[in-house]
Design a protein around this ligand. Structure first.
Ligand code: F6R
Length: 246
């Protein structure tokens, strides 16, 4: 596993944006799976700048969603779909015809999972997955205790995820379940980059990078990935044994 530590969030975001734009330069029809959330936000803004300056072109890529809250409609600003539409698809000129998302409002969530598994297989797998790390070590909505054999599934969200997740919403919401790609999708993606920033993530990053690899810290799966990388800023790296920031 590659571990890259950047001096600050801006440098981290610049590198993430560069890796994504290199990926589509080398493979314009790449299948991308990019997380929502606070961590990648700046990288997406930097990518949008590249698109504006015609230094990146996403018109041929395919986009697969990583996850969605169950029961939160797409027009809710806290939904993953809302984030993606506003912070990724519109700024990067990605059309909805290139995109496969989870419908967290579906009455048949099991079917929704099956559909996504089939879409990923039909597209030849995910070329690049960019994932954040939850405060409890989740990746996507693969919560602590998840079986490593899973593909897309409905997750019962643990208390940390339910409470930390409130930050995305304008008022209190009940978020008990999520729908997510599984650890098998994450493991089978051709390249996996796990990202984190800020002092609040230092404790969990220490467990991801230096702790035992087990289902207790699902994001630790990055250490089993043949092309897995952890890219973090100096604050998130603060509790690691000995590392030098790039
Ligand atoms: C979002 C997702 C989550 C987040 C994680 C970190 O699509 O899959 O696993 O990546 O909860 O969230 P932030 O970046 O907001 O700290």
């Amino acid at each position: 596993m590659l571990l890259n530590i950047y001096g600050n969030y801006e440098k981290l975001s610049t590198h993430i944006a560069d890796v994504i734009s290199e990926t589509i330069k080398n493979n314009p029809a790449a299948v991308l799976c990019l997380a929502t959330g606070d961590t990648p936000r700046r990288a997406y803004q930097l990518l949008a700048k590249k698109v504006e300056e015609k230094k990146a072109d996403f018109t041929r890529c395919t986009f697969i969603a990583l996850d969605e809250w169950v029961g939160i409609p797409p027009e809710n600003a806290g939904s993953c779909r809302y984030f993606l539409e506003n912070e990724v698809f519109a700024p990067l000129n990605i059309m909805m015809s290139q995109v496969y998302l989870f419908d967290g409002m579906s009455r048949d969530l099991a079917e929704e999972c099956k559909k996504m598994d089939n879409i990923i297989a039909a597209n030849g797998g995910i070329d690049l997955m960019l994932a954040g790390v939850g405060m409890n070590g989740h990746i996507g909505f693969n919560e602590p205790g998840i079986s490593p054999g899973k593909y897309a599934h409905v997750a019962e969200l643990d208390e940390v995820t339910q409470s930390v997740g409130q930050k995305y919403f304008t008022g209190p919401v009940t978020i008990k379940q999520g729908i997510t790609l599984g650890l098998q999708h994450i493991l089978q993606s051709k390249k996996l980059i796990v990202i984190a920033n800020g002092a609040k993530k230092a404790g969990i990053i220490k467990k991801v990078v230096e702790g035992e690899v087990s289902s207790v810290i699902p994001a630790g799966i990055v250490r089993k990935h043949p092309d897995g990388a952890v890219m973090i800023d100096a604050e998130a790296a603060d509790l690691l044994e000995k590392e030098t920031a790039l």
